[in-house]
Design a protein around this ligand. Structure first.
Ligand code: OAD
Ligand code: ZN
Length: 250
């Protein structure tokens, strides 16, 4: 199974990866679905919505600050580094992620498409103001502050620059992801339940165009029915092995 996947990857001409929360699970970041996706008796689905933010922005900001703190404590794991390595080897052309945790970038991935935004970016709810807190050096100050963060330009409430349930995905990112999927002759799907659309179209587009789908997951997902190879196990254990195989074959 692993050997077959290694061959497909090594022989590919334009490989892409599609990742979800499972790739960051071994970094200690809870996934959305499954047993430990809970926060103070709230489910992410109840807090990550525009309605929740309108009703109780303080609660939503408490939740996002909590997630930011958890993510700040986390480091990329061997799965993130493996994808960065495959890119350096010239095998992988892009990583399309549903994650907002920035760990692919921390691991060194250069061509990264973030379909659901980035938790370290904030934007104003009424003017075009945007800020990347890592770049402005304000992350610490921001996560430790209490109360509602305000726009330095107009004074309105800031919001996380992430996609909430019921919101559209950032257009440029989505178009770029679709373009890449149409070009790809294989996609490596890692740690996603593959049930949230439009993101989950990515592997389907590759498949429909005759490309191969290799999946790495601890359990079956919405993508498994179209997977040419399903590698069951932890991403942090399987991906480094895949890199070694590909290195031997290239
Ligand atoms: P989910 O929480 O739905 O799924 C995580 C997947 O990772 C599951 O299929 C697990 O089996 C798998 N998994 C867990 N640990 C793993 C490991 N160590 N190695 C490999 N696989 C592992 O997360 P996503 O599919 O990313 O959207 O969720 C998609 C979107 O739904 C998220 O981006 C978010 C969420 O609501 C928005 O916030 C818009
Ligand atoms: Zn503003």
């Amino acid at each position: 199974m692993l050997g077959h996947a290694g061959k497909i990857l090594a022989r590919s001409r334009f490989a892409i990866a599609f990742t979800g929360a499972g790739i960051s699970a071994e970094s200690g970041i809870p996934t959305f679905r499954g047993s430990n996706g809970l926060w103070r008796n709230y489910r992410a689905e109840e807090l990550a919505t525009p309605e929740a933010f309108r009703r109780n922005p303080r609660l939503v900001w408490d939740f996002y600050r909590w997630r930011m703190r958890k993510i700040l404590e986390a480091k990329p794991n061997p799965a993130h580094y493996s994808l960065a390595e495959l890119e350096k080897m010239g095998v992988l052309k892009a990583v399309i992620t549903q994650n907002v945790d920035d760990l692919h970038r921390e691991a060194g991935t250069k061509n990264l498409i973030e379909l659901h935004g980035n938790i370290f970016r904030v934007r104003c709810t009424s003017c075009p103001y945007r800020e990347n807190l890592k770049e402005s050096g304000r992350v610490r100050e921001f996560v430790e502050a209490e109360g509602l963060p305000r726009c330095p330009r107009c004074g309105s409430i800031l919001r996380p620059d992430v996609v909430w349930f019921g919101e559209a995905l950032p257009r440029e990112a989505l178009e770029e992801a679709f373009r890449l999927a149409e070009k790809a002759d294989m996609v490596l799907v890692v740690g996603t339940s593959g049930v949230v659309y439009p993101a989950a179209y990515i592997p389907h587009i590759v498949k429909e165009r005759g490309g191969k789908v290799i999946e790495v997951n601890v359990e079956k997902s919405g993508i498994t029915p179209i997977a040419d190879v399903f590698l069951r196990g932890k991403a942090g254990e399987i991906l480094p092995k895949l890199v070694e195989l590909v290195r031997g074959l290239r």
